[in-house]
Ligand binder design. Sequence first.
Ligand SMILES: Cc1ncc(COP(=O)(O)O)c(C=O)c1O
Length: 447
Amino acid sequence: MAAATKRQSRTQRKARGGARGGFETLKSEEIFTEAKDLMPGGVSSPVRAFKSVGGNPVVFDRVKGAYAWDVDGNQYVDYVGTWGPAIIGHADDKVLKALSTQMEKGTSFGAPCALENELAKMVIDAVPSVEMVRFTNSGTEACMGMLRLVRAFTKRDVVVKFEGCYHGHGDAFLVQAGSGVATLGLPDSPGVPKGATTSTLCAEYNNLESVEELLKNNEVAAVILEPVVGNSGFIPPTKEFLVGLRELTTKYGALLVFDEVMTGFRIAYGGAQEHFGVTPDVTTMGKVIGGGLPVGAYGGRKDIMEMVAPAGPMYQAGTLSGNPLAMTAGIETLKRLKEPGSYEYLDKITGKLINGILDAAKEHGHQVCGGHISGMFGFFFCEGPVTCFADATKSDTEKFAKWHRMMLQKGIYLAPSQYEAGFTSLAHTEEDIDRTIAAAKEVFAAL
Ligand SMILES: Cc1ncc(COP(=O)(O)O)c(C=O)c1O
């Protein structure tokens, strides 16, 4: 940035900061301006750049419990929680202690380690569909491995996904669904060859007919979904939809895959499959099971998982997969989550939060709808109900962007997009929720 522009921007920020009673983001602005020269868009993952809400992101300095502090010293109640993993609160003391003990023994082995068994047993015990598990380094990797696995196992190529569901950035998942009930996949990003997505079909969420149409007319390897959508905002399934998918996939010889990268250990200890009582054949996981370190996993029935190399012929590997640090953070996080009352607490505070936000909106004449399951929530700036991606696009994203910035200035850090879910943690207190609702009331009054 030219020096004159930088000075001007500083003056503007200071003036606004003064008017807001001390909210300054000068250091954030400087760091982010430099970052844009160093990394595409200034970030390591797109949504962090605040593109869909406008303005620059704040640059974090540290996190603890329910809070984040930016480099200018502003404190936020954090409802992003590093996009889900921080379910017991950021930088939990027990997790940090276990990590530092493990660090003395080394950070990566590239050889079998007992901690993998320990986390694998915890996952297998908790998640109904999982009899065997393969660890990866991210949710994307888990979904890519899962895709190869379902194709290898069924000897079929075609997969069905849902409009608005995200399964990482593997080529085959980057499909624009279009507005039809069932649309043949077209690449959603330049660089994805057409051939990579021709076997990816899209159906409409919560619409069983759209799925059956595809199953009837294609040899489908698997139907893959977020069992509660978090990647087009928070969209819960109906129980009938999940039960119907189980029946349809069985009828047509396809596998059912729940991508629980976001919902796993989040909406219940056993994930969405425990919450809804519907068991898929294969499950992908990530986020929470790494307790803030890079982890993913896919697992399922033993006869399916034994296809994976070296037990079987389907190849998938990873230099850092199952590394002892990530395993340690995951184990300690799951131990804490397993303590009695964890999910009841998450449900209680998150219900209070979302009801408070919805009531505040209503009181001031704004149309906002939303909901939560346990510690996962979301809301849309439209009348609702929102049951699929097409409904979500009716949201007033411009109004949301203003609301988002005003909440940020009041010390509330929410996901910077209308199409993202929010997360609470065991570290969020009733006072944090009250503070957030009070801020929401003021912002809706001023919006
Ligand atoms: C449901 C789902 N699947 C897959 C992914 C990809 O995970 P990662 O970002 O760890 O690659 C995400 C990430 O948000 C997700 O929410």
